[in-house]
Unconditional design. Structure first.
Length: 409
């Protein structure tokens, strides 16, 4: 046990020393034709969750489903009020108003069939849960896309700064070769400035909030490598992956809908109460007094639903469809984690090699033009290696259900 702790400690110290040795000091980023506003990844993601149109729509759908679920248990009484005037005879032999015009008031309500209300309430709540899971899944997907966009913009910015450092060094060397490299680097810088603007506009598009200043990412992409056990990542993903939660919620919603379809075949009862009042009248010399009467009516609508079970078959097939999708998602989770783990191993190895090359190039940085060029090439490769490592590491962690905001340092 102690040997294991000591070995882990040595590994941690070695990585700390390696990363401390390859710390970069880059010149500040400058832009003459575009206004930028620095923004951290945390602040960017907070704005994303507040302003992104797709996330907003998902939240509205979730709120609607939750509102429906809160009132789904309300009984559907469907009251019907009736008023009838008459009868009035206007033709012979009942001419004029010989027969008085009676007034009838009635009221009918619906008593739902057994289990309908509870099934409707359960289905609405299950659908609200599904909408919530769908919103979380969509938000995670958009958030991951936004992080990668942020990293791409940050990479371009760091490369621009790396070129600026080389240009500053070449400016001190007044030779033809130095001026040639400087001209080449300035051209590359202009391309990088255009690329940065492109990725910054992509960040603005995700926020759905055009601003006067484009967002400018900050950080160095200096994320320490991590060690993982694939089986542990898969086990964690089974409990925390939002798409798996969505699959389970979809099955629950489909099952609740199946029960609702079955319950809908239970017959309803429509009891009604009627009150009729007839005013006094005379007919053929006979006087009749006012009459009052009550009537009770019971209606039982018998639809074709009891004879047609295609809706039950359809609902059952929907349940089976979501069960198949969940199994496919579980298989995809295992495949994605295994594949991304292999990619991460390669990205980690590339980063290790880039760190060694960078540290070696630092020793010859001030030895002339070729030393400066070698250092800039090594710095370029280090930034690219850090970018690939960061994106692969973040993807692997998110595939296993860890959605913490990464520290891009």
């Amino acid at each position: 046990m102690y040997l294991k702790l000591i070995s882990y400690g040595l590994v941690g110290v070695s990585w700390f020393l390696a990363f401390s040795a390859c710390a970069q000091t880059l010149p500040p980023f400058r832009s003459q034709d575009t206004s930028y506003q620095a923004i951290t990844l945390t602040a960017f993601l907070n704005e994303l969750n507040d302003k992104n149109a797709s996330i907003k729509i998902r939240k509205l759908n979730t709120n609607s489903a939750s509102s429906i679920a809160q009132q789904a248990g309300t009984p559907h009484l469907s009251p019907i009020l009736t008023y009838a005037r008459g009868s009035i005879y206007t033709q012979s032999p009942y001419t004029g108003y010989t027969n008085p015009a009676s007034n009838t008031l009635g009221a009918t309500i619906t008593l739902e069939g057994w289990g309908k209300r509870s099934a409707r309430e359960a289905q609405a709540q299950a659908e609200a849960n599904r909408q919530l899971a769908e919103m979380v899944t969509e938000s995670r997907s958009i958030e991951t896309q936004a992080i990668f966009n942020y990293i791409d913009a940050l990479r371009v910015k760091l490369l621009w700064q790396s070129y600026q450092g080389a240009i500053d060094g070449l400016s001190l060397m007044n030779t033809h070769e130095a001026n040639t490299y400087k001209s080449e680097f300035l051209s590359s810088q202009r391309t990088l400035a255009s690329d940065l603007k492109y990725y910054s506009y992509g960040m603005v598009a995700l926020l759905n909030s055009p601003e006067k200043n484009l967002p400018l990412p900050v950080g160095a992409l200096n994320i320490p490598p991590q060690s993982f056990q694939v089986n542990q990542l898969i086990e964690k993903a089974q409990d925390t992956r939002s798409d798996l939660s969505l699959g389970k919620a979809s099955i629950e919603s489909a099952n609740a809908n199946l029960e609702l379809v079955k319950a809908s075949k239970n017959v309803d009862f429509l009891p009604g109460l009627y009150y009729t009042e007839t005013p006094p009248y005379s007919s053929s010399g006979t006087n009749y007094g006012a009459q009052k009467s009550f009537s009770f009516l019971l209606s039982v609508p018998l639809g074709n639903g009891m004879l047609n079970n295609s809706d039950i078959i359809t609902a059952s097939n929907t349940v089976a469809e979501h069960e198949v999708n969940l199994l496919a998602t579980k298989t995809r989770v295992v495949t994605e984690i295994n594949q991304t783990f292999l990619q991460y191993q390669s990205a980690r190895e590339r980063l290790e090699n880039a760190i060694r090359s960078y540290n070696q190039a630092k020793t010859v940085r001030n030895s002339g033009i070729q030393g400066l060029i070698k250092f800039r090439d090594a710095e370029y490769e280090l930034i690219d290696a850090r970018t690939i490592h960061a994106k692969t590491l973040i993807l692997l962690e998110r595939l296993s259900g860890n959605f913490d905001v990464p520290n891009l340092q």
